[in-house]
Design a protein around this ligand. Structure first.
Ligand code: GTP
Ligand code: MG
Length: 137
């Protein structure tokens, strides 16, 4: 069983979509191993999105992700990383298929409601950034 890191971004929390996102992962059959609401500060934004530092969209991305509370989650299940990405849809919500989270709840490329790890290595790294071992069940 794999684990992946999923996060409802500030606009998803502000729009009341946390329950919707959690319900989809529950119904798909994943097991919740950790969940918390928090605010991302600049330092955590730079660590989480380290691969994007220096790109033209990094500053707006950092401003957005630090703009309000997020909800961070660890979900466990078969092929968790790939299945979670499929459930979220592609980065640009306008291109995301109906039935995906982005395809059902967003039109934006920048404020695309959810984050999901893009590989097993980044999942382990991101889970470690957001959760202590004793916060996972
Ligand atoms: N404006 C703009 N934003 C981008 C672009 N590429 C990525 N982003 C933003 O930066 C975030 C992180 O980029 P990626 O990691 O490549 O995309 P992703 O894995 O689908 O999205 P995350 O789940 O947030 O990591 C995306 O969610 C977008 O909001 C781009 O070319 N232009
Ligand atoms: Mg990404």
């Amino acid at each position: 069983m794999d684990r992946t890191f999923v996060m409802v971004k500030p606009n998803g929390v502000a729009r009341g979509l946390v329950g919707e996102v959690v319900a989809r992962f529950e119904r798909r059959g994943f097991t919740l191993r950790g969940m918390k609401a928090l605010r991302i500060d600049r330092e955590l934004a730079e660590r989480h999105y380290a691969e994007h530092i220096g790109k033209p969209f990094f500053e707006p991305l950092a401003a957005f992700i630090t703009s309000g509370p997020v909800v961070a989650m660890v979900w466990e299940g078969r092929d968790a990383v790939a299945v979670a990405r499929a459930m979220m849809g592609v980065t640009d919500s306008a291109q995301a298929a109906p039935g995906t989270i982005r395809g059902d709840f967003s039109l934006s490329k920048e404020e695309n409601v959810v984050h999901g790890s893009d590989g097993l290595e980044s999942a382990a790294r991101e889970i470690g950034l957001f959760f202590r071992e004793d916060e996972l069940v």
